[in-house]
Design a protein around this ligand. Structure first.
Ligand SMILES: Cc1cc2nc3c(=O)[nH]c(=O)nc-3n(C[C@H](O)[C@H](O)[C@H](O)COP(=O)(O)OP(=O)(O)OC[C@H]3O[C@@H](n4cnc5c(N)ncnc54)[C@H](O)[C@@H]3O)c2cc1C
Length: 436
């Protein structure tokens, strides 16, 4: 670290900043492309951020290690994501939602219970005066919808496939070295955004440490046909072996998420369909009738990785790079999207006022705006993991009582529902249905 990229920007205002709104998609200095914002990682969160910045007037680059078709058509990803209402509204504002409407299934009711205990928590969106808490979409289709929208974002300069290899940060710019199939590319950027997932290279290159927990669990995701249609009902069922969730999908199908101890992952992966269905049935029970017609299975090892700080000079982390949570509370993408859109709003404001998008003050403001939501969501997710998966028998009556109490208290239910819908902290303009 320490070097600075010698760039001469084409147009500057009195304060020395490039003139707002008049820049091409990238400007150059002695053949080095120069960007205002460079996003490393074109996963669900990085792509959402790029789309949000399309009309910002900022020169934006998006760097992704995988080819777009690999990203959106991965055969190893059978996840179905529960999107909080704040996320579905934000995706609508970004113009992505119309591409998902045919495959999105509303979550109208929630049922949370624990194997062998008497309490359960039931929440109905209708009781809170809402049509739905959110919706379930297959992760692959969300990825495709984002890629299709990105195709329309002609102002976003894409490097795909290209992999971040090295980073050098100076006072005014960060210099980024990429490996591409055509050789090495170097570019300069005023802000580098790490949206590069759990094993973030941006985070490592910036020297940002993490707190890690290996849950020693593997989650299997697949779709199946329950005998009784879920009709908008999402189940979360806890047991000593870990959680099982059943989410409503289109065409009467359901998305199963089944966790097994890591030591049993290989044996579970090797089960044939009939044996896997029997395991799912034994773990979930018979509330939705007999399970049949399972789809492909994907397996996901579960770790919690949280960055000790989400900012470094000229750099900020969003999404799984900032925090990777246990999927039990269905928070990861929802939280990452809120990271991305809070940042987008700050960057758009900075561009309008002609200020530096990588300024330390902007990064501090971002971290401060994200604090309550990130800490609250992480505490919620950790609490759920402890409460739901802790095998101590002593906890059981308390847990059952807690679920029953929440079930009987409309305000408590509304409180849980509001947080579950993603309206934590200060909602972004996008989550309120308008562009900043
Ligand atoms: C089983 C399961 C169920 C889940 N269910 C839910 C749910 O119901 N609701 C919810 O909100 N969340 C859920 N999540 C969490 C959610 O999937 C993640 O939080 C979200 O996908 C993270 O997106 P991301 O873009 O931050 O990271 P990623 O999806 O990991 O994307 C990172 C991208 O960066 C790229 N990259 C990495 N390194 C480099 C590099 N050096 N150079 C260039 N590119 C690079 C990668 O190729 C990748 O495309 C679930 C997760 C799992 C495992």
């Amino acid at each position: 670290m320490g070097g600075n990229v010698p760039v001469a920007l084409p147009r500057r205002d009195a304060a020395g900043h490039p003139a707002p709104g008049k820049r091409p998609a990238a400007y150059h200095c002695r053949m080095t492309p120069v960007f205002d914002v460079t996003i490393i990682g074109g996963g669900l969160v990085g792509t959402s951020l790029a789309i949000a910045l399309q009309h910002s007037g900022l020169a934006v680059a998006l760097i992704e290690a995988a080819m777009p078709q690999v990203l959106s058509q991965s055969r190893d990803d059978e996840r179905n994501l529960a999107l909080a209402r704040a996320s579905t509204v934000a995706l609508q504002t970004l113009g992505v939602w119309p591409r998902l409407m045919a495959v999105a299934t509303p979550i109208e009711r929630l049922h949370v219970s624990r194997v062998g205990e008497f309490g359960s928590l039931r929440l109905a969106a209708g009781e809170a005066g809402l049509a739905a808490f959110g919706a379930v979409v297959p992760a692959r289709q969300l990825g495709q919808a984002l890629q299709q929208e990105l195709e329309m974002c002609t102002r976003i300069h894409r490097y795909m496939p290209a992999e971040l290899a090295a980073l050098e940060t100076g006072a005014d710019y960060a210099s980024v070295r990429l490996h591409t199939p055509d050789g090495e590319v170097v570019l300069a950027t005023r802000l580098l955004v790490g949206a590069d997932g759990t094993a973030s290279r941006v985070r490592a290159l910036c020297g940002l440490g993490t707190e890690d927990v290996d849950y020693a669990q593997t989650l299997f995701a697949c779709s199946l046909l329950p005998q009784r249609p879920l009709d908008g009902l999402a189940y979360e069922r806890f047991s000593d072996s870990g959680p099982v969730a059943l989410l409503p999908l289109a065409e009467r199908r359901a998305g199963l998420v089944l966790s097994v101890p890591a030591g049993e992952a290989a044996a579970t992966a090797a089960l044939d369909d009939a044996a896997f269905l029997a395991l799912a049935q034994q773990r979930f029970g018979w509330r939705a009738g007999r399970f049949s017609r399972p789809g492909r299975r994907s397996a996901h090892a579960i770790r919690r990785v949280v960055a000790r700080s989400i900012t470094a000079p000229r750099c900020v982390l969003v999404g799984n790079a900032a925090q990777t949570l246990h999927p039990i509370g269905a928070q990861g993408f929802n939280l990452g999207l809120r990271d991305a859109l809070t940042l987008a709003q700050l960057l758009i404001d900075a561009e309008r006022s002609g200020s530096d998008p990588g300024a330390a003050a902007l990064l501090q403001r971002h971290a401060a705006l994200r604090r309550e939501d990130r800490e609250g969501t992480m505490a919620f997710s950790d609490g759920l993991v402890r409460l739901a998966c802790h095998p101590a028998r002593l906890l059981s009556p308390l847990r059952s009582l807690g679920l029953l109490l929440l079930d009987g208290l409309p305000q408590a239910g509304a409180w849980v529902a509001r947080r579950g819908m993603g309206f934590r902290g200060r909602p972004t303009a996008y989550a309120q249905g308008y562009l900043p």
